[in-house]
Design a protein around this ligand. Structure first.
Ligand code: 6PG
Length: 243
């Protein structure tokens, strides 16, 4: 793997296999170095994580015993039932947590059956108990869309302008329905952020984030500049082509 200098965090460029291995290694390393017992690992949505889940299960590099010692959640969620194929936690559960037999008390989905505001408030309270005040996840996995969104922080959406100082919230995203998501405040409260973005379709977006003018309200992934010391970008050569 090669490294690219960036003010948005450490950028590692490699093959998909190398990136998938690195993502797991970073999470496991953080877990082994954690001083506290309840270790919170937030997965995320999109196609890349689903591929990663399948790779993790097939690789046997994460044992059921190890997985059972981690508190699992997702960085953001669509406001749909967990049974929906669009559910980020539902997909993580079906493709990773179930195959690794993670106990149900180690699984922390957003309360998607409730109205959005109540679901966000309930999640905030759950994380306050699990992580304690001023802390979000120990490890937060993220992806990035070709519009530079990350989590469910899409260009021009309210939480990018004002998250009220709250680490988690909900918002309606034009054309995508209601979303529940970690906020810029929450991202700054994470121990480690690992953003995986692969494919030529992300090259323009990655260039906008890393080389464009600073405009996080319209280029949401640029919010990671404020916590760059804890961000690792895992990208393939196709996505890095314009850096
Ligand atoms: C979601 C995700 C979203 C995703 C990006 C990248 O709920 O859709 O949280 O932010 O990470 O859209 O998705 P891909 O990895 O599939 O490109």
């Amino acid at each position: 793997m090669r490294e690219i200098k960036s003010e948005y965090g450490q950028v590692l460029v490699g093959t998909k296999q190398e990136l998938f291995e690195k993502a797991l290694e970073l999470g496991q390393q953080a877990r082994s170095q954690a001083a506290h017992s309840r270790f919170l690992w937030a997965l995320t949505g999109g196609g890349t994580p689903k591929e990663w889940y399948q790779w993790v299960v097939a690789s046997h590099k994460l044992t059921p015993a190890e997985a059972a010692g981690i508190e699992w959640t997702v960085s953001d969620e669509r406001h749909v039932l967990l049974s929906s194929p669009d559910s980020n936690f539902g997909n993580a559960e079906r493709q990773l947590l179930e195959p690794l037999a993670v106990p149900t008390d180690r699984r922390h989905p957003w309360m998607v059956a409730w109205p959005v505001a109540e679901a966000a408030e309930a999640y905030r309270r759950t994380l306050l108990i699990l992580a304690g005040p001023g802390r979000a996840y120990d490890v937060c996995f993220l992806g990035m869309g070709d519009d530079c969104h990350t989590a469910s922080l899409f260009p021009g959406t309210p939480l990018l302008s004002d998250d009220g100082g709250l680490p988690f919230g909900g918002q309606e995203v034009p054309g995508k329905g209601w979303r529940l998501t970690i906020t810029p405040t929450g991202l700054r409260q994470c121990g480690l952020i690992v953003l995986m973005t692969l494919g030529a379709g992300k090259a323009e977006a990655l260039q906008r984030v890393m080389r464009g003018s600073y405009d996080p309200k319209n280029v949401p992934s640029q919010i990671l500049k404020t916590c760059a010391d804890r961000v690792v970008w895992l990208v393939d050569e196709a996505a890095a082509a314009k850096l």
